[in-house]
Design a protein around this ligand. Structure first.
Ligand SMILES: Nc1ncnc2c1ncn2[C@@H]1O[C@H](COP(=O)(O)OP(=O)(O)OP(=O)(O)O)[C@@H](O)[C@H]1O
Length: 413
């Protein structure tokens, strides 16, 4: 196996030790990343043993590891399909390594040996919100109201930091319950910056491919000459403008945060096909109950009534503010933090209708779906940079890699 940077292994990267000018350039400005050898990580994970596997995401498998210095780590082995070239990979590392905040997962280092692309993160003891709070009762953790408020505020602070304090700003692009990890004190940490891209401060949005778990994929199949469109609805965190047009702004993250906020208060996933129609989509349900003045009914019953009803309804209203259909109506994350902590009032009159799948299906397609089909969509576009800026990025069935299950609605054009 060829080693890209043999002279760097086991060392903290210092650009001063690098001799190759290209590599020197790649590493310039990277000071705090440790480069691990593949062998070191193999030993740390007991040869990537299934017993140490703690998760599987769209971009690869995650293993629990004990590093040489005794520290626990989460080792994310990027799947072959999502392996980037050294340059892209290091660009990502460069971004991640400089980010430090109480509510963001810390990147310790990486491995870029031969074909391997591995990220090494701080290990978080209490798993993700998806596996605990929303995991269907398989966790021993009791999320009381106070813990939930702390988690909501922590996530909001982490995101506000990415959006507003970092220069250039960063949109996470994949805010969702499985990307919120909890440490031993249940402090939330936002993970998965693998998909984060820099947004230059003077750019209001970049139109780009949809990354990570897809909310919607619009596929036009060449064989049927675009006679059919396949709309796929996934886990529902994506803002409509991002899902449909690939328009990435911080406002799309704020939409996803709003969905997550409502999930935390209600203790349920944002989509649940087993519920009666009208209750399946959490944001739709929240909007209905808000209009009826009955928001408190949504609060997680497992709290046994032990919560501050006024505060819980306020959080749900903030969720609605964040998920408004019109991106510019959504508040900034720093305002969200202030509203959550009570430093700023929530103005009910500012709440307008949320961006909902049912609405834009009708709007964009103009016909009702013919049938529901469950299918495995191979997501993870490797769309060429040429198509990155086109609204039609998602119409290219394009290259597909990681498997994600979606419920698709097959429609006439
Ligand atoms: N730093 C970490 N500490 C502890 N567990 C982790 C850590 N990072 C990831 N995990 C576990 O691995 C799982 C998979 O994480 P990963 O970020 O690869 O995928 P995901 O967020 O579930 O999905 P996707 O790739 O679609 O975003 C997480 O849900 C979590 O349970």
């Amino acid at each position: 196996m060829t080693c890209c940077f043999p002279f760097l292994f086991g060392k903290r990267i210092k650009s001063s030790v690098i001799r190759d000018p290209d590599i020197d350039e790649e590493f310039s400005g990277i000071q705090n990343v440790i480069l691990y050898t593949y062998n070191e990580l193999r030993v740390a994970t007991d040869d990537f043993s299934p017993a140490n596997k703690i998760g599987e995401g769209g971009f690869g498998s995650v293993y629990k590891a004990r590093l040489k210095d005794g520290k626990m780590a989460a080792v994310k082995v990027l799947a072959a399909e999502s392996r980037q070239g050294v340059k892209e990979f290091l660009t990502e590392i460069n971004v991640i390594s400089e980010i430090e905040h109480e509510n963001l997962v810390k990147l310790y280092g990486c491995c870029v040996e031969g074909n391997h692309r591995i990220l090494v993160y701080n290990y978080l003891e209490n798993n993700s919100l998806a596996q605990t709070l929303l995991g269907g009762g398989y966790s021993n953790i009791h999320f009381n109201w106070q813990t939930r408020t702390r988690i909501c505020i922590g996530i909001a602070r982490g995101l506000a930091f990415l959006h507003e304090e970092l220069r250039p700003h960063i949109a996470h692009r994949d805010i969702k319950a499985s990307n919120i990890l909890l440490d031993k004190d249940l402090t939330p940490k936002i993970s998965d910056f693998g998909l984060a891209k820099l947004i230059p401060a003077n750019v209001t949005h970049v139109s780009t491919r949809v990354a990570g778990t897809m909310g919607i994929i619009l596929l036009a199949c060449a064989e049927i000459k675009q006679n059919y469109r396949l709309f796929c609805w996934g886990k529902g965190y994506l803002a409509p403008e991002y899902a449909i047009r690939g328009q990435l702004t911080r406002k799309a993250d704020i939409y996803s945060f709003g969905v997550l906020l409502v999930e935390i208060v209600t203790g349920r996933c944002n989509t649940n096909a087993r519920l009666p129609a009208g209750e399946q989509y959490l944001i739709e349900r929240t909007w209905t109950l808000y209009e009826q003045g009955e928001l408190a009914r949504l609060v997680d019953v497992s709290l046994n009534g032990e919560f501050d009803a006024e505060e819980a309804c306020k959080f749900l209203k903030i969720g609605l503010l964040c998920t408004q259909d019109v991106p510019k109506f959504r508040p900034s994350m720093s305002s969200v933090v202030k509203m959550l902590t009570g430093e700023m009032d929530v103005d009910d009159s500012k709440i307008t209708n949320p961006g909902l799948i049912s609405d834009f299906m009708d709007l964009k397609v103009g016909v009702k779906p013919k049938s529901n089909v469950d299918m495995k969509i191979l997501s993870s576009y490797n769309a060429s940079s040429a198509s990155d800026n086109q609204d039609t990025t998602m119409t290219s069935a394009a290259s597909t890699a990681a498997t994600t299950t979606f419920t698709a609605q097959y429609c006439s054009p």
